[in-house]
Design a protein around this ligand. Structure first.
Ligand code: UDP
Length: 481
């Protein structure tokens, strides 16, 4: 059957880290590839950041529908881990997603969901349409993720206690300390949820990854050609669609104040002189770490923009589901060392809770990014040609940090994991100075510029990701009957 125009529904679980790439992929399908895309954004709290993102990409072929996440307070305890919360929330929201799809004037020909949306495969099956997963992380993470049920059978004891790295067929092995959060404690219920999620992903008709051939040749080759991984992934096609990153924040009324202030400040700084510090949409650090970071920035005498969030008792993903909301009654700046704001006012800008990250990274004054290594932040930094200080906190960020420092060589990192040991002020200052002024910083800048170029090439016409998306579209069409 010939389609006038293929219509794809993209389901995004709560959290800007999932929504942003799904939305940007929908936008790319609608514009570059002229399909019709409907993004079904499951949301918890409606923060200004989410609202802005949802309204930022309107175009003829792209619609965005917000679906309130199901209330799961009666189903799981409020302190359940974030992965459990997201999986249960998305499972309980399936009826609302189904009913939204059923009211569409012309239904979708295929579904794309993130890794938390696998319960929605049921809807695709009911409609007799194919379903695809978009992994919003990288190919190396994808390999570990789909291989985890096998590791579960092979490895005895906790992963973090293993003496040897965990072998993933055909891929760089994973250091025990770098495993993703749900693998940290096999006795925790989140581990079971994670394994089920991994199996759910392999039931999709194809896997889309926010990466590109030249960035991860080894892992992508393994996912496509390694016999063991092929069998785990049930021989599903693997498509690279990246880099998919979000664009500039639109000038919404609520945001423009912060945005103007930040950009005006950056405009006054010398080229490549500022370190941008941010821990993603939900990362929080401890009170003690916040103090050491502040003192380290001050000690470095380098310029900085710091997105400050209310600290938590421990490093965590504490505000992940409250993306972009202001935090704490006294405001996060109340936790900074006494006199810090006054002493650094000539070289630093502190932004509470949320900043226009993509614009900041793209600004000519920015020299480096101290990042929690969320995959979106990582790609945004690479695509702006900005080398990094890798400061992983949660999810798969420790793997990302290892990849950035050891494989891609575009980041430096503290000697010990910040989740294990507070990074002292001297170490912070040294990393910042090395990045902004040192030889290492120059070499990393050269390497990150090359990655930026290869990313741009991948998404340009006939580039590897462009071609891969075309193949995905062909696959979609061939499965629709
Ligand atoms: N972000 C932003 N302003 C902020 C903090 C985060 O625009 O102050 C955006 C950032 O640009 C990225 C996303 O939020 O697109 C965070 O995604 P990432 O995968 O890096 O981390 P997560 O928040 O999912 O851990």
């Amino acid at each position: 059957m010939a389609f006038k125009q293929l219509h794809i529904a993209l389901i995004a679980s709560p959290g800007i880290g999932h929504l942003a790439p799904l939305l940007s992929l929908g936008h790319r399908l609608a514009t570059t590839h002229n399909l019709r895309a409907t993004v079904l954004a499951v949301t918890t709290t409606i923060s200004p950041a989410i609202t802005q993102l949802l309204t930022s990409l309107t175009t003829t072929n792209l619609s965005v529908i917000q679906i309130p996440a199901a209330d799961i307070s009666a189903v799981i305890p409020p302190d359940a881990k974030i992965v459990t919360q997201l999986c249960i929330m998305m499972r309980e929201t399936v009826p609302a997603i189904r009913s939204t799809i059923s009211t569409m004037a012309s239904g979708p020909h295929a579904l794309i969901g993130d890794i938390f949306s696998t319960d929605s495969w049921l809807i695709a099956e009911e409609l007799g349409i194919p379903k695809y997963v978009l992994v919003t992380g990288n190919a190396w993470f994808t390999s570990l993720f789909i291989y985890s049920p096998v590791l579960d059978k092979q490895v005895v004891g906790q992963y973090v206690d293993q003496k040897e790295p965990l072998e993933i067929p055909g891929c760089k092995s994973v250091l025990p300390e770098d495993v993703v959060d749900p693998m940290l404690n096999r006795d925790d219920e989140t581990y079971g949820v994670y394994l089920a999620q991994s199996v759910g992903v392999t039931l999709a008709d194809g896997v889309l990854i926010n990466s590109w051939e030249d960035l991860e040749p080894q892992s992508l080759d393994a996912l496509r050609n390694n016999e063991v991984l092929r069998s785990v992934i049930r021989c599903k096609p693997v498509y690279t669609v990246g880099p998919v990153i979000k664009g500039y924040e639109p000038d919404g009324a609520e945001r423009s104040g912060v945005k103007n202030k930040v950009i005006e400040w950056l405009d006054k700084q010398p080229n490549r002189s500022v370190i941008y510090v941010s821990f993603g949409s939900g990362g929080t650090i401890s009170v003690e770490q916040m103090k050491e970071l502040a003192c380290g920035l001050e000690l470095s005498h380098q310029r900085f923009i710091w997105v400050v969030r209310t600290p938590s008792g421990q490093v965590s993903d504490g505000s992940f589901l409250k993306t972009g909301q202001s935090s704490g009654l006294d405001g996060p700046c109340g936790y900074l060392p006494e006199g810090f704001l006054g002493r650094t006012e000539k070289i630093g800008l502190v932004v509470p809770s949320w900043a226009p990250q993509v614009e900041i990274l793209d600004h000519v004054s920015v020299a480096g990014f101290l990042t929690h290594c969320g995959w979106n932040s990582t790609l945004e930094s690479i695509m702006s040609g900005v080398p990094m200080i890798a400061w992983p906190l949660y999810a798969e960020q420790k793997m990302n940090a290892t990849m950035l420092t050891e494989v891609l060589e575009v980041a430096v990192r503290p000697a010990a994991l910040p989740t294990v040991k507070v990074v002292g002020r001297e170490e912070v200052a040294k990393m910042v100075v090395d990045l902004v002024e040192g030889e290492k910083g120059k070499t990393m800048k050269m390497k990150v510029d090359m990655l930026k170029e290869s990313g741009n090439k991948a998404i340009s016409e006939n580039g590897s990701s462009y071609v891969s998306i075309c193949k995905f579209i062909e696959d979609c069409r061939s499965r629709c009957h």
